[in-house]
Ligand binder design. Structure first.
Ligand code: TYM
Length: 330
């Protein structure tokens, strides 16, 4: 039987958080043996918010290094840079003509970002989901592993694909979001009612993948909990503790019941340090590999050149089919 196709990506915007890692990258690593996987560095998407050009270039290679350091094997996966594949923006243009303003207007991420960057509500920010649809549909992906904040973008991708297929006959496969049961939404450590975000102003709210062990310990120590002093999973009544349990559970491969048992009779102090140590233990080797890879730009180049080549071959074929169907001379 043919392996199912996976595609996903992360924006090349500076350092990732533990939320990005547990919500996406960590799942990708677990999928690499079972599926035919395509993982890209989403650099075109980052242009929707103004960036320093040198910083973007640096972030792009750093993210590639992080993919590999987190455990993605370049021999098993196709790892590539989005802007190196001309079919992404080309297909995005075509799909833009099959997407309605009303649909894009409903995207909560657009509303959030437009509010945050009121001085630069460019049309790229508005059509961002269409480029994401092109990323996914260009590979005929079956599954797209993402955190649950991307669910709406997957829904619009399916709507666009369905519309195109119904006009021109089956062209695109219908992709599905693959969202982990736990960790789909890691919350802030200071405000456990909103997601942990790269752009959080309060440094204590987020764990960065490059944080030192002492920074990690300090942030968990200061994490907001509640006054019950009992490790018990209840997302509504105990959002802080439940979030810490999710983090611990993913890293230690433990269910919430197992964690409740493990910390039965123990207070939050013990629990928080156990969570911090689990995170430190996971991130230390990752950071070591990451720093080594950053020192070998030629290794990184070889990885993306290999990935780019394969990605280009696949998407050129599909783009031609789309161009032909809509009536362009090919
Ligand atoms: P981005 O770069 O914002 O986030 C990357 C991934 O991290 C997940 N994530 C989280 N998961 C759990 N808890 C959190 N607190 C948390 N914060 C972020 C996101 O859901 C995402 O999976 N548009 C995408 C990038 C993209 C893409 C694609 C993804 C571009 N093209 C095609 C899939 C397929 C984005 O901005 O992700």
């Amino acid at each position: 039987m043919e392996k199912k196709i996976i595609l996903s990506g992360i924006q090349a915007t500076g350092v990732l958080t533990l939320g990005n890692y547990l919500g996406s990258l960590n799942n990708w690593v677990e999928m690499q043996d079972k599926y035919d996987c395509y993982y890209m560095i989403a650099d075109l998407h980052t242009l929707t918010i103004r960036k320093d050009p040198e910083e973007l270039r640096k972030n792009t290679l750093a993210l590639l290094a992080l993919y590999v350091a987190a455990g993605l094997d370049p021999e098993k996966n196709t790892i590539f840079i989005q802007s190196h594949i001309p079919a992404h923006p080309a297909l995005s243009w075509v799909l833009n003509c099959y997407t309605y303003m009303g649909e894009l207007n409903r995207m909560t991420q657009f509303k959030d970002k437009a509010a945050k960057h009121a001085d630069n509500i460019n049309s790229g920010l508005f059509t961002y989901p269409v480029l994401m649809a092109a990323d996914i549909l260009a590979y005929n992906a079956d599954l797209v592993p993402v955190g649950d904040d991307q669910k709406q973008h997957l829904e619009i991708t399916r709507d666009i694909a369905e519309r195109f297929n119904s006009i021109y006959g089956k062209t695109f496969k219908m992709p599905e979001a693959y969202i982990g049961k736990v960790g789909a939404r890691i919350m802030g450590l200071q405000d456990p009612t909103s997601k942990m975000s790269k752009s959080a102003v309060n440094e204590l709210d987020k764990i960065l993948l490059t944080d030192t062990p002492d920074e990690i310990r300090k942030k968990f120590k200061k994490a907001v909990t509640d006054s019950e002093n009992k490790v018990r999973y209840d997302k509504e009544a105990k959002p802080g503790v439940s979030n810490l349990m999710s983090i611990y559970g993913i890293i230690k491969h433990k269910s919430m019941e197992e964690i409740e048992k493990e910390f039965d009779g123990k207070g939050y102090g013990d629990f928080k340090s156990a969570v911090a140590e689990a995170v430190v233990e996971r991130l230390e080797p990752l950071q070591k590999r990451y720093n080594e890879l950053l020192e070998s730009p030629e290794k990184l180049r070889a990885i993306y050149e290999k990935g780019d080549k394969k990605a280009r071959e696949i998407t050129d074929k599909l783009l031609k089919e789309v161009y032909k169907k809509v009536g362009l001379v090919i």
